[in-house]
Design a binder for this molecule. Sequence first.
Ligand SMILES: [Zn+2]
Length: 303
Amino acid sequence: MTLFTTIRRGAALGAVVATVASAQLRVVTSTTDLYDIAKAVGGDKVVAAHIGEGYQDPHFIEAKPSFVLQLQRADVWAFVGLDLEIGWMPLLLDGARNPKITLGGSGYLDVSRAMPVIDIPRGAVDRSQGDVHPLGNPHYWLDPENGRRIARLFLSKYSELDPKNATAYAANEKAFEERLGAAEKAWQADLATIKGKPVVAWHTSWRYFAEYTGMNIVAYMEPKPVVPPSPSHLVTVIGAIRRTGAKVIVMEPFYDKKVADFVAKETGATVLILPSSVGGVKGVDDYIALMRSDIAQLAAAVK
Ligand SMILES: [Zn+2]
């Protein structure tokens, strides 16, 4: 064997190794919550990335050019749906021109299609009135049962696109459900504390969480989803707090705390900043940690 053929064989081997590495599914998600579950199910068979950060309002993400590059190479684009990403997703998908992840493509994964959606408006919806949830409430990930549905959806999509690793995906998904099930057992006492307690929430992002925990949302700081509170609306909120004895105003880190502080001062309620997504505050680094932390903090606050 000449030196030349040895080098050529080495190069060929390198090419094979590169093919194996790039055989990992490239998954891009809109939110950190979908990302965490996508990773839990995909394990080392997928490379995952997310567009939004957990401390950002998912309704309003800036469509940066670097996201287009990620989407150009993606095998799967998983998004919350129900128009949550309507303000920024079309721009990114148009820029990426990747047929795999455009509507009808094998990797176009509208996660909401697998969810039981609540708050579906009856009759005509007028966007000019500021309603950003025209297809129903998109914040479904804050119920662990929907966390399981998300995991099963990734399992089914990965197994379809990469059948040779289907067994690994199934094992990862099962392990995720087991971890979640164990966590749920551990937070039952907190759920018992929360059940029936009146609270105020900033956005309707806490509706699924309320369905799960039994917290009783007596008023929203927003008069309509994403419409900032007006002085007259705040009067209504303050009235609801006085009437129901709600002790807590729950809000995400990205809303205007000064307004909540004002209501708290008027009523004696406390403002509780809770992340609604993975990475929303430091230390809440995965989906189960997010649920655990929100439930524990709320239980402590409404006790
Ligand atoms: Zn929303």
